[in-house]
Design a protein around this ligand. Sequence first.
Ligand code: PHE
Length: 340
Amino acid sequence: MKDSIDLVNKSITDFKIDNSAALEQFRIKFLGSKSEIKSLFSELKSVPNDQKKEIGKLLNDLRIFAEETYENHKSKLETISSVKSDVDFSRPGESIQTGAHHPISTVKNEIVEIFNRIGYIVSEGPEIEDDWHNFSALNFPKEHPARDMQDTFFVEKGEREMALRTHTSSVQVRVMENTNPPIRTISPGRVYRNEAISARAHCFFHQVEGLFIDKNVSFADLKQTLLYFAQEMFGEKAQIRMRPSYFPFTEPSAEVDVSCTICNSKGCNVCKYTGWLEILGCGMVDPNVLEASGIDSKIYSGFAFGMGVERITQLKYKVNDLRMYSENDIRFLKQFTPTL
Ligand code: PHE
């Protein structure tokens, strides 16, 4: 009897069920009214009384094993057939929606990389600044209009009056205070100015400012560095020109134009038919600024420059309304999704 039970057990295990017909055969063979297990049960009568309990248990386990095997295969076959009926494998697939970098981040990263290649390292600082780092250390006279409520957002921080930084030159002061020259650093970040929001102005925007301090740094070094930047950013044919300007923290100071990349300097409405586009401010760091940060201006000199990331992005991607950058309009942002 035990041998017959083992045999049936083995044939249950070996039975191949890969479709519903095979499943039905399995049911008839092991669970139906004329099944092998049923006939074994009917033989139980002839088993000697002292073995009945043991053989009865073995038979019961065999029946449970057959039932479980049947149920498992049945539910497996059901899921396969339901998947088959719901999914049409011939339908075209749905395209995956990919995210994208914001154009301001892309251009900021590109600027940072260009300067990284010539040894500038990134420095960052707080957006809520004190008067010293945003103005005084940068040689802003007390009555300078840039400190005026018109341009600067002032905030209370505990007892102290603080400002939302109006430029990232404040970060460069912090670097000069904490590092011995030579210094080669760029400070990307968000800045704030109290301006009415329009297509051409915004109350916050992004800058990348650079600072280079060493012995014998000259205006020629500044010019060559900026020409390198313009050609990396706008193509090797790009030219720059410098116009005298004024910033409290640099002397001499200049504004830098790049040859118009849109019309190849032939004249168009973006460059207002001048062939040139203004991209940044720069100059030789004023000795007062070096001294204020503890750098000996008799030994060291340096240059600084600062540019608006929105402005560069505008020229690269021909965006003509500054508000686009912060409105999160999906139709605008989608245009910067990389194509797969
Ligand atoms: N800090 C200036 C600005 O915000 C830009 C600048 C930086 C000009 C460094 C000269 C030198 O407009």
